[in-house]
Design a protein. Structure first.
Ligand SMILES: O=c1ccn([C@@H]2O[C@H](COP(=O)(O)O)[C@@H](O)[C@H]2O)c(=O)[nH]1
Length: 232
């Protein structure tokens, strides 16, 4: 699995996302469809973007009782996405149920990963508001180990934690890392951030980049800057 840049296409209409993707002409970036676009347009948006030739990470972050997640994942398995996810906080049992639901009759399935701690959460908020009384690095590693033990393919974490996740869970265990900003960029609501170049150095497998590309004056140039820094 090579390194790649995934664009978080956080738009709320089909028209907007298509107009955005058409700027890329023959380039076919890996696209993340999140809650905003999926709730606005439904499963058809996945088929449309897949039909345009893009790989798709469907980022719905499922977190519910195991039976509900299993059944929801069985529905998502029919959508031909390349990657989808759950929250590791849902427990190992929930993650195993997600894997079962996602696996098709022929044994095939999309990649399944789990969110450890959102990159918008600081250690302070995690400890004081969520009452997780541990350092954030240790918490991410603990959730990553649970995710690996449940049989999933990798985790969502900050690039700042990618190297440690690989050290604990192995090089093949994927790190999908949002919380990426250019050195001169606005951090916004993200807390555990770094640049595409540093994410590469720290061992991320995929960076997920939204606003630094989608809100750029020239999104194609911003995407290429990410690829240049992260993939080289
Ligand atoms: O921990 C997480 C998990 C998911 N995300 C998602 O990634 C993108 C990041 O967008 P930016 O505009 O680059 O901040 C967004 O779709 C989030 O839902 C995350 O940021 N952190």
């Amino acid at each position: 699995m090579g390194k790649d840049v995934i664009i978080a296409c956080d738009f709320n209409s089909k028209a907007e996302v298509i107009a955005f993707l058409e700027k890329f002409k023959d380039e076919k970036p890996f696209v993340k469809i999140g809650m905003e676009l999926f709730y606005a347009e439904g499963p058809d948006i996945v088929r449309t973007i897949k039909g345009m030739g893009h790989k798709i990470f469907l980022d719905l972050k499922l977190h519910d009782i195991p039976n509900t997640v299993k059944k929801a994942m069985a529905v998502l398995s029919g959508l031909d996405v390349d990657m989808c996810n759950v929250h590791a906080a849902g427990t190992k049992g929930m993650m195993q149920a997600a894997l079962e639901g996602l696996t098709r009759a022929d044994g095939s399935r999309p990649l399944l990963i789990a969110v450890t701690q959102l990159t918008s959460t600081s250690e302070e908020v995690m400890q004081q508001e969520l009452w997780i009384d541990k350092p954030i690095d240790e918490t991410v590693m603990h959730y990553a180990k649970n995710t690996m033990e449940a049989g999933l393919d990798g985790v969502v974490c900050s690039p700042l934690e990618a190297g440690k996740v690989h050290a604990v869970c192995g090089e093949k265990f994927l790190t999908i890392t949002p919380g990426v900003r250019f050195a001169d960029g606005d951090v916004g609501d993200q807390k555990r951030v770094t640049t595409p170049a540093k994410a590469k150095e720290l061992g991320s497998d995929y960076i997920v980049v939204g606003r630094p590309i989608t809100q750029a004056a020239d999104p194609v140039a911003a995407y290429r800057r990410c690829v240049e820094e992260f993939v080289g």
